[in-house]
Design a protein. Sequence first.
Length: 319
Amino acid sequence: MNKFLINLFKSFVFIFLLLFVVEKCLDYYLKNSKDCKYIIWNNLFNGEIDAEVVIIGNSRADSHYNSEVISKNTRLKTFNLGESGSPINLLTAKWNAYLSNNKKPKLLIVDVDYNFLGNAENLYTKWQYLPFFNKPEIKALRKTLKANYYLDTYVPLYKYKGYQLKYFKELLANDVSGCENFKDGFVINKSSWKVTDWKNFNIRIGKENVVYDFKSTYTKGIANLKEVVLNCKKNNIEVCFIWSPQYKEVQSYNSYSRKKIDSVLNVVSKENNIKYFNFDNDSLVYSKENFYNHSHLNYFGANKFSKQIADSINLYFKN
């Protein structure tokens, strides 16, 4: 019986170590793959970004701020850390990772809206975090989330559960780039206005009656925002809040949260002597030619907007 248990234990240790080695190999492969997300995370953790202007926010950030246009017009190296579908508690981890491994920027631009100031309970697009699961900032983030990542942390390869087919295909293809639509974190989308999306959006909001409990929905997000501002103050980094353009007709949707968040941002910005620009009434919001859907500028609209941002940086933030 004892011999059986010993052999069973040896088998367990062997399998555990084998899975551990396979996980580390997969981590290494993904970190060094051609996937744009992994390239950005690698550059971030390896201290290879070192921008003078950094932008954080959700999908409206990554598709609205053309880093190249801002860099060219301000002569300040700009990088966009925007992340689609990610509210501020997820982006705070990315920003902290940036600060820990790169030179401090002169300016942090925070693209704000009522979605960004929400609070995620799990890792949205979890796959992009997997090779970096044990980095201090990602570990700290996981501890704050409602989702349980205990098994992902301590059981080898468990974190890749559900992604087997995705990564098997990538291993075979050895090419997951598609980076021609990414430039210094900016996501290039040259699509014109999508009529079908607009129709579907109008149908959806006609059926919805969105009433948020403001306190429960936004308290944590606002606290995270204030924490980012405080951290920037300690590091002598200037901060700017920007509510970037949304198509005018969509601005009546969720108007209560929009007005409340705008009011909070005005208060926080005044308390901390921060510039806050709201583009709800900018000329860009009246033309569908500038958007590919109701909330996102296309490449051409983003270039116009980015030139305005560059002009504001030159006017207010360059000594």
